[in-house]
Structure formats: structure tokens, C-alpha cells
Design a protein around this ligand. Structure first.
Ligand code: FMN
Length: 193
């Protein structure tokens, strides 16, 4: 059976380039368009058209002060316009975050993404990768952060974006693949009996 054609977009903010690398990895996995939220919290005008058109939207932000950056929140507030018009209803949603501490209150950022997806009437995609949490586990293993609802990544506060953990980047890529796979299930034409 041929796979239904689907479209996906990653919309993300990254202050210093670390979350950008994750965004690129998710986009690679999902074959998604990348939409950047700039330092003023804005996206290009055609970004809104893309978001209205795609089947799946994946949110990305670093965790700053225990939540998404203000630039991401400005974007989220601006999404009240498509919310008014139900433009994102029944789309598939996902998200990812990155911060300096191992915990770093990243869960709060992901939970906010789930909530935002819910406000839009969307369907959330979990991570579904078993955590790497045994003695033999390494920094480059997928889901070393042990998250279930979506990818979490950790970048040491003095590490350059080029030093992101391979495991975190692979987790992000695999999540992109999963979001696309699940979106395809929902994009299947209805069965006729
Ligand atoms: C304003 C600000 C607040 C931050 N708050 C947190 C935090 O609450 N928890 C944490 O673990 N790291 C925190 N960090 C560290 C960043 O999450 C970390 O440096 C991350 O890699 C930045 O991603 P970016 O390069 O995409 O901006 C904070 C950094 C900044 C600049």
C-alpha cells in the first residue's frame, strides 16, 4: 500500500543554537519544514500559512527559568488567531526541549507544549523510547534523559551547540520519524466496507 502523503513543520526558538540542532534533527526524521521563532518572538509571515496547512506541528524551545522562552510564549499567544478559527484542530502535535541541567525543570516546558496542543484540539505524540538508565548506559544512548512524553536534551552550560550529545540528537531524529509515522495513520483515507 502506498503511504499517504503528509506534511509536518517544526516551529522552534533557540537563543544560542543548542535547541536549533535538535530542531534540525527532528526535522530530518519527520521530513519537516523548519520555522524559526526569532529573537523578537516572531516567525516569517508565510510560517503561519505553513502551520495552517501542515498535518503535524512540532514545538521546540529551550527551557529558560523553568519553562519555554518568552519568545516561544509570544508565538504561542500569537497562535490564538488560528485557535479562534480552529485552524489547527485535529492536527498531530509534538514537542521537544533542551536545557543545561540534567533535570532543569524541562518537564514543565514539555507539559506546556502538551497543553498548547490541547488548546488547539490536537493529538499529542509520546516519545516511546525506553530510557537508557542502567549502569551500562552512556551519554550517547537514545533517551538517556528518561523522558516519556517527548524528547528532552541536556547541553552543559559551557558547551557549544556542536557538542550536543549524539544520543539526544538521535532521540530527536527518532521522535521526528515517529511523529511522521503517526501522522500517516491519521491521514489514511476512511475504510469503505
Ligand atoms: C535566561 C535563561 C534561563 C535558563 N533557565 C534554565 C533552567 O531553568 N533550567 C536549566 O536547566 N537551564 C536553564 N538555562 C540554560 C539553557 O537551557 C541552556 O543553555 C540551553 O542549552 C540553551 O539553549 P539554546 O542555545 O537553544 O538557547 C537557562 C538559560 C538562559 C539563557
Amino acid at each position: 500500500m502506498t503511504q499517504p502523503h503528509i506534511t509536518t513543520a517544526v516551529v522552534y526558538h533557540s537563543g544560542y543554537g543548542h535547541t536549533k540542532r535538535l530542531a534540525e534533527a527532528v526535522a530530518e526524521g519527520a521530513a519537516a519544514s523548519l520555522i524559526t521563532i526569532d529573537a523578537e518572538g516572531n516567525i516569517p509571515e508565510d510560517g503561519w500559512e505553513t502551520l495552517n496547512a501542515v498535518d503535524a506541528i512540532i514545538f521546540g524551545s529551550p527551557t529558560y527559568m523553568g519553562g519555554p522562552s518568552w519568545q516561544f510564549k509570544k508565538f504561542a499567544d500569537a497562535s490564538s488567531k488560528p485557535w479562534f478559527e480552529d485552524r489547527w484542530k485535529n492536527k498531530v502535535f509534538g514537542g521537544f526541549t533542551n536545557s543545561a541541567s540534567i533535570n532543569g525543570d524541562k518537564l514543565n516546558t514539555l507539559q506546556y507544549f502538551v497543553l498548547l496542543a490541547g488548546q488547539h484540539g490536537g493529538l499529542w505524540v509520546s516519545l516511546a523510547i525506553k530510557p537508557a538508565n542502567v549502569k551500562a548506559s552512556r551519554r550517547d544512548d537514545p533517551n538517556r534523559m528518561g523522558s516519556y512524553i517527548a524528547p528532552m536534551a541536556q547541553a552543559d552550560a559551557d558547551a557549544a551547540p556542536g557538542e550536543m550529545s549524539k544520543g539526544d540528537l538521535e532521540t530527536a531524529r527518532l521522535y521526528g520519524v515517529r511523529v511522521a509515522e503517526i501522522t500517516r495513520v491519521f491521514a489514511r483515507p476512511p475504510r469503505h466496507h
